[in-house]
Design a binder for this molecule. Structure first.
Ligand code: AMP
Length: 504
C-alpha cells in the first residue's frame, strides 16, 4: 500500500506535504518523496526510508513553491530500489510529475503500446507507465496551456487503456494539479480545502486523516473514475472521466490498512472496526455456546478496537496482554520468512499476569501467512495460558491481492486449501474463528449503506477488473515469492525488465 498527497496552496507547501506524509506513513515505510513547483521548475527529493529520515532541513529548504505532490511507498511485487521511489517525472509535455497508489494489471500490453510510441520506461514500476500514458495523452494538446477539457479528455483516454487500481496525483508544470481515481475507486482518495486570507487552498490525499492533520477541511471523496484539476490560480475543476464508473472500494482498507480515524467513501474506518467486533462476537456466541474464555486480548494495534467490542458483547474482561515495541517496523515487510519469524518477538512481548492459568481469546484483524499468530500463541503459552483461542476479524485470506496490497501468492497463505480446524492446528490454537465475509461486508456497509459492492478478492477470488486470469496470477506468484523478492533486492536498480509492480 502507498500514500499520496497533492496540494495547490497560497503559500509554501513543503511543510504541509511533509506533515501529511507523516500521518500517511502507515501506508508505506519503504520510501518517501516530495515534488514542488518553484518558479516553473520541479524541486524533487525522494529516497528510501521513513519520512523523518528522507527529508532533512537542507532538502526542505530546496522544496520551495506553493504547489506539490508527495508519496510514501510500500513495495510489494516490485523492487525496493531507490530509483523506484516516487514521484516519477517526464519532461514532455510541459514537465509532469506523478505519484500513484495501487497496481496496474495490463502492464505488458501498456508497455508494448508505449514502446510503439517510442516512450522508454526505465524502472520496473507501473507508476512510470501510468505517467507516460498520461503524458502521451496530453501530447496531443496544441496550445501552450491546458484547458480543463483537455486534461479530462486525456484522463478519459487513460481510463480506457488501463486495468487495475490507481489513485493518482500528478503535477503539471505551469498548469496545475491533477488527481484521479480508477473507475472502481478501489484505492481511496479524498479532496479537502482550506480557506486563507489569500484564497482557497486545495488538497487531495489517500486518507482524510492527512487533511485533518494539516488543518484542511474534508470536502468529499474523489468519486470512482472522477478527475480533479486544480489550476495554479487555485481554481477547482472536476469531471467524471470513466465511461462506466462503479464504486467498489477495497474492503481490506477497513480491516487493516487505513487509520481508524479516517473515513473512506463516507464510511468511518473506526466504526466499521467496531461493527466487525460486534459481528464476530455474535458469531462466537452462536458457535461456541459453552465457551470457557476468561479474558479477551488484542494483538496490537489494529485489532484493539475490535477486541474491546468483542469483550463488551461477551461480557468478558479486555486486557492488553501484549506490549508492542513502538520502534520496530511492521513484520510483514521483512524480505524473507526467517527474518519475519524473528521479528514478531522483537515487536511484541507478553505480560504473564494476564495469561497465567487463564483461557485467553486472542483477537487479530487478519491472518495472512499465519507466522504472527503461530508465534503469538506460543508466547501466550510460555506466559502461562491454559487454553489459547484465536479470532480473526477478517475471513480466511485465500487469494492473492492484485490491487496494491502485499499479499503473498496463494501457496504461502495459511488459509489456502485449509479449513478452520486445519488452520487452528497449524498455528497451535485450541479453537479458532473467522469472520464471515457477509458479516464483514455488512460491518462496513452499516457505515455507508450506499456502497453496494466491495473489492473482496483476497477472500473470495473474485477480481473486479478485467485481465486477472490464471496467467496473470502465475506471473504474480513468480514475482512475489520470498526468493524472488530477495533476488530483486540484491540486484537493486540494475534490472530493467518490467515486472508488474504493486507499489502502492
Ligand atoms: P501473518 O499472518 O503472520 O502473515 O501476519 C498477519 C498480520 O499482519 C495481521 O496481524 C495483520 O495485522 C498484518 N497484516 C495483514 N496484511 C498485511 C499486509 N498486507 N502488510 C502488512 N501487514 C499485514
Amino acid at each position: 500500500m502507498c500514500g499520496i498527497v497533492g496540494i495547490v496552496g497560497q503559500s509554501a507547501v513543503n511543510q504541509t506535504i511533509y506533515d501529511a506524509l507523516t500521518v500517511l506513513q502507515h501506508r508505506g515505510q519503504d520510501a518517501a518523496g516530495i515534488v514542488t513547483v518553484d518558479q516553473g521548475s520541479f524541486r524533487l527529493r525522494k529516497a528510501n526510508g521513513l519520512v523523518k529520515d528522507v527529508f532533512e532541513t537542507k532538502h526542505m529548504q530546496r522544496l520551495q513553491g506553493n504547489a506539490g505532490i508527495g508519496h510514501v511507498r510500500y513495495p510489494t511485487a516490485g523492487s525496493s530500489s531507490a530509483s523506484e521511489a516516487q514521484p516519477f517525472y517526464v519532461n514532455s509535455p510541459f514537465g509532469i510529475s506523478l505519484a500513484h497508489n495501487g497496481n496496474l494489471i495490463n502492464t505488458k500490453e501498456l508497455l508494448e503500446r508505449l514502446a510503439l510510441k517510442r516512450r522508454h520506461i526505465n524502472t520496473t514500476s507501473d507508476s512510470e507507465i501510468l505517467l507516460n500514458l498520461l503524458a502521451d495523452e496530453l501530447q496531443h494538446v496544441s496550445g501552450l496551456s491546458l484547458t480543463p477539457d483537455e486534461v479530462f479528455s486525456a484522463i478519459r483516454q487513460v481510463h480506457r487503456q488501463v486495468n487495475g487500481a490507481y489513485a493518482t496525483v500528478a503535477m503539471i508544470i505551469g498548469q496545475g494539479l491533477v488527481a484521479f481515481r480508477d473507475p472502481y475507486g478501489i484505492r481511496p482518495l479524498v479532496l479537502g480545502k482550506n480557506e486563507t486570507e489569500h484564497g482557497t487552498e486545495y488538497m487531495v490525499a489517500s486518507e482524510t486523516v492527512a487533511l485533518d492533520a494539516v488543518g484542511f477541511k474534508v470536502v468529499r471523496d474523489v468519486e470512482p473514475g472522477e478527475a480533479i484539476y486544480v489550476d495554479l490560480e487555485g481554481n477547482l475543476h472536476s469531471r467524471q472521466c470513466s465511461d462506466e464508473p462503479k464504486r467498489i472500494p477495497c474492503i481490506f482498507e477497513f480491516v487493516y490498512f487505513a487509520r481508524p480515524d479516517s473515513t473512506i467513501d463516507k464510511a468511518s474506518v473506526y466504526s466499521s472496526r467496531i461493527n466487525m467486533g460486534t459481528k464476530l462476537a455474535e458469531k462466537i456466541k452462536a458457535e461456541w455456546e459453552d465457551q470457557d474464555i476468561d479474558v479477551v486480548i488484542p494483538i496490537p494495534e489494529t485489532s484493539c478496537d475490535i477486541a474491546v467490542e468483542i469483550s463488551n458483547h461477551l461480557g468478558l474482561p479486555y486486557r492488553q496482554g501484549f506490549v508492542k515495541n513502538r520502534y520496530i517496523g511492521r513484520t510483514f515487510i521483512m524480505p524473507g520468512q526467517q527474518e519475519r519469524k524473528k521479528s514478531v518477538r522483537r515487536k511484541l512481548n507478553a505480560i504473564s499476569a494476564e495469561f497465567k492459568g487463564k483461557n485467553v481469546l486472542l483477537v487479530d484483524d487478519s491472518i495472512v501467512r499465519g507466522t504472527t499468530s503461530e508465534q503469538i500463541i506460543e508466547m501466550a503459552r510460555e506466559a502461562g495460558a491454559k487454553k489459547v483461542y484465536f479470532a480473526s476479524a477478517a475471513p480466511e485470506i485465500r487469494f492473492p491481492n492484485v490491487y496494491g496490497i502485499d499479499m503473498p501468492s496463494s501457496s504461502e497463505l495459511i488459509a489456502y486449501g485449509r479449513d478452520v480446524q486445519e488452520i487452528a492446528k497449524m498455528i497451535g490454537a485450541d479453537g479458532m474463528i473467522f469472520q464471515n465475509l457477509g458479516d464483514l461486508v455488512e460491518a462496513v456497509k452499516m457505515e455507508n449503506p450506499d456502497i453496494q459492492e466491495f473489492e473482496t478478492s483476497v477472500f473470495d477470488g473474485h477480481y473486479v477488473t478485467p485481465g486477472v486470469d490464471q496467467t496473470y496470477l502465475d506471473h504474480l506468484t513468480k514475482l512475489r515469492s520470498d526468493d524472488a523478492k530477495a533476488n530483486r533486492n540484491n540486484d537493486l536498480g540494475t534490472n530493467l525488465e518490467l515486472h508488474n509492480v504493486c507499489h502502492p
